[in-house]
Design a protein around this ligand. Structure first.
Ligand code: XIL
Length: 279
């Protein structure tokens, strides 16, 4: 499972001298009680920044110190309890270049290397991931991600894997063969590849035909990925259509997950289960 909202910067560290660990501790305890592997999400992102950071007017040195202490505190607190961390989220632009974010502007372009090193110091056993969207198949953005992580490997930065978010739109899924090729080239760098946030949104109304198509998209991605060296996990961004970010974020779309709003199994759930059984 994933920490979802509990560990966004603004949630867990809303003021300079105040951390809010309650929700994170609850998720960690739940995962432990139920023997679930837990993914921490996410240390560095351009979203979910608290205003004390974004509007703080810190010097570069101060900000580096703040960030180091943030990462050390959180990763250290959950050391041994969070198996994977999404260390940096969405740092590459559509055109494959490094995104112009608050962190890049204020810390310089090598901030990514630096934060992976801090996270590794805080928990040497956690697997550290770079995580992004729209870079699942082949293209300029996935080339940008590939080049970023290849450079990190060459520089000896402690990165263990790449997360492919896989937020798909039923009308425009990536070509499964491209996804397989992308996983293969990332795996060849010695990295793990996780599908980290899969959902497949449907233009409403979600007819039986659309849900059958959705099942085909889910299983095509699963089947294309399963046997590729490096492929490590497929994580869904929720499980019931009753609770999903899609309805608020993409008006007119919905029904992206494997169970419907009444917690009933959908065709995508059937085909995914069969795909896993066959493997
Ligand atoms: C979504 C979440 O579901 C929300 O709870 C939160 O409001 C932010 O948006 N890429 C990510 C996730 O890495 O953190 C985002 O989560 C979806 C896109």
């Amino acid at each position: 499972m994933v920490t979802n909202n509990a560990m966004y910067f603004s949630q867990i560290h809303p003021e300079r001298d105040r951390y809010v660990f309650g929700p994170g501790d609850t998720v960690v305890a739940f995962a432990q009680a139920n023997n679930m592997r837990l993914r921490g999400h996410t240390l560095i992102w351009h979203n979910m920044l608290p205003s004390w950071v974004a509007e703080g007017k810190f010097t570069r040195e101060d900000l580096a110190e703040i960030l180091k202490s943030h990462i050390t505190t959180i990763v250290g607190r959950y050391r041994g309890k969070i198996a994977e961390w999404d260390v940096v989220n969405e740092a590459i632009e559509k055109d494959g270049s490094l995104r112009d974010t608050f962190w890049r502007r204020n810390l310089g372009p090598d901030y990514i290397d630096q934060v992976f090193r801090w996270a590794h110091e805080a928990d040497p056993d956690a697997a550290l991931f770079y995580n992004d969207y729209d870079g699942e198949g082949l293209g300029v953005k996935s080339d940008g991600i590939y080049n970023l992580v290849k450079g990190m490997r060459e520089r000896g930065v402690p990165i263990d894997g790449v997360g492919l978010q896989m937020h798909l739109r039923l009308e425009a899924p990536p070509n499964p063969k491209d996804v397989a090729d992308n996983i293969r080239r990332l795996g060849a760098l010695g990295l793990k590849v996780d599908i980290t946030e899969m959902d497949v949104r449907v233009k409403l109304p979600a007819t039986a035909e659309k849900l059958a198509d959705q099942a085909r998209v889910y299983s095509a991605i699963l089947n294309a990925s399963l046997s590729i060296p490096g492929f490590n996990a497929l994580v869904l961004w929720g499980f019931t259509d009753r609770h999903t970010w899609i309805t608020a974020k993409f008006p007119g779309y919905g029904a992206p997950l494997l169970f419907d709003e009444d917690y009933q199994s959908k065709p995508a759930h059937e085909t995914m289960s069969k795909g896993l059984d066959r493997h």
